[in-house]
Design a protein around this ligand. Sequence first.
Ligand SMILES: NC(=O)c1ccc[n+]([C@@H]2O[C@H](COP(=O)([O-])OP(=O)(O)OC[C@H]3O[C@@H](n4cnc5c(N)ncnc54)[C@H](OP(=O)(O)O)[C@@H]3O)[C@@H](O)[C@H]2O)c1
Length: 275
Amino acid sequence: MAILITGASAGFGAAMCRTLVRAGYQVIGAARRLEKLEQLKLELGEAFHPLQMDVADPAAIDEALKHIPEHFSEIDGLINNAGLALGLDGADKADFADWQTMIQTNIIGLTYLTRQILPQMVARQSGYIINLGSIAGTYPYPGGNVYGATKAYVRQFSLNLRADLAGTGVRVSNIEPGLCGDTEFSNVRFKGDDERAAQLYENVQPVRPQDIADTVLWLYQRPAHMNVNSIEIMPTAQSFGALPVSRQTPPPEAAPAEFEKQSTSLFQKIKGWFK
Ligand SMILES: NC(=O)c1ccc[n+]([C@@H]2O[C@H](COP(=O)([O-])OP(=O)(O)OC[C@H]3O[C@@H](n4cnc5c(N)ncnc54)[C@H](OP(=O)(O)O)[C@@H]3O)[C@@H](O)[C@H]2O)c1
């Protein structure tokens, strides 16, 4: 039995590989950068299998799945972790190609891989799918447009999988993290502008990849009768703000005069009815 983790070459995925292998699981780590996975293999040994896979391309997923060695081929855990945000521009300025890449990776890739792996879990009447959503799938923020929408998809897809998998013994959880540091997430989002990425984490203690990996291990170690549907994790330092209100022009001081004018004319009208 093995756990297939996508996005294993960096951030959360690499931490999950280390944590799960050390806890005794057999792990297949998938990503596009094979050299990073080979480094993990040197560190983790025979219980880890590196698998080059571009999840944004369904044909590449099919091809990669053919190269899983026999003793890793029974997959009873799938962690759909590969994903990315690109850009933080408003919807009227964002690069449409970035939107397509996020949809292709975060939605199509996750959905296609799940569809490929699920039948063997259902046939065995056991298995566990853990998806990496985000708080961006629940709480909107400026510039989160398509990234947040892809994570809202992941959230709802996870819940709908639970509905389809009723009675099969297959479990599904969606992990929804907030601000997390020590990953490549923001460097990717800001397209290599590492200074801008670093500013996000200045003087703040974000959630770390190990925190997410520990959460995954905890989920795996829950008894088979228990399903955690979703789990939202934020740094203590991150919280919620008031909803912004865009004030109308003319400025508020003009409003009482306008109100007086309107109510006087309404009063004149009503008076007219009783003449
Ligand atoms: N960090 C955060 O603040 C945060 C918060 C909430 C949710 N998340 C979510 O958590 C997940 C992991 O994020 P992270 O912070 O660990 O990011 P990260 O450090 O950038 O790692 C992303 C991983 O995804 C892989 N990946 C990206 N595109 C891929 C593709 N087309 N095919 C295969 N693998 C691909 C990357 O590997 P290759 O480049 O080698 O392919 C890398 O291993 C993502 O789904 C992200 O949306 C992150």
